[in-house]
Design a protein. Sequence first.
Lengths: 113, 244
Amino acid sequence: MTLQTQMVLRQALLEPAREWFGLEMVQATELPTGTVYPIIARLEQAGWITSRWEEPGEQRDADALGRPRRRYYLLTQEGAENARLALAKAHANRATAPRPWDALRPHAPGATP
Amino acid sequence: MSHPGDPSRPFLQHPPRAYLEGQDDPALEAALADLVARVNPAAHAVARAAEAARVDAGIEFVVMALDNSADLGWPSLSNVAVAASMAMQAADEAAAAAGRTDLADAVEAVRHAVDVVFTAYKAKGRAADRAVTTREGVDAAVEALQGAERILSMLVGDQARPHAGADAGASVARPPGALTSRLLGAACALLPAKDRGRYAEEWLSLLTELPTRRARAAHLLSILCGAPRHAWTLRRHLKTVPPA
């Protein structure tokens, strides 16, 4: 799982029951739009998130008039569980992975690197 | 209970017979239940969108017929045919009302869905085969209805824009310019045909919400750069991971 996917999932997991839209995720993660949308598409294909169009009534209540409707996304229950597991696994992998720059550090004579 | 009726208009004349044929088969029963669960809400959504867009496509009568047939226990493939033809009519009306040639593709897609539905309706064979065609018909009808709803919602957006300017002090979304729309169209052209409409609208919404031209340009550039990867993502099938 890429770091960008992890960022999107971590952001979505902050409030798993709240719906969000693409621009919101782009601004929250500070990732480029062209990076976030393929990730969203992949998560939707996997069934981790669902999406729906904004209802006309919701749009009328919004302060921006004449705006095209948004596409709202929501983490599914299964998706939230999978995301938590995937993030935990990614974190564990990162914690146990050998860091190549450790070998470059100077060591005291006699100390094991 | 059933009657010969007019063979040229089976979806209007034969609800009892269409309901009774193969009804005892569990696969067909499940497919018909799926029909009621998916087609009727989609038809209601189209009716709401048409009302909001002030497009008179005779939708409310067809929605009423769908509801009545569901209440009477007549969910059948004929309903799908009605729903799909309704969607085609709505899309045609919407395209004509909008006076926009770029809606012709959407109407054509809806028309194709109607053909699929009628072919499914005319198919004869075992109940299991008809259950499969029913499900295909439901998919086609739902897709058609969603297409019509999308077109009608676009109309609502188009109609709202001139009025929005009249509200002083309100934050009015600025529609992107012609160049932005064309570049967005180029990005969408890379995507699979079934996803183009969705992302065109979604990205247009995203760009409309941005406050400055600079921000719009930056996001548009990012969308253009990401479009090939997005297209690849949408076309690539997910790998099946065996359970641990």
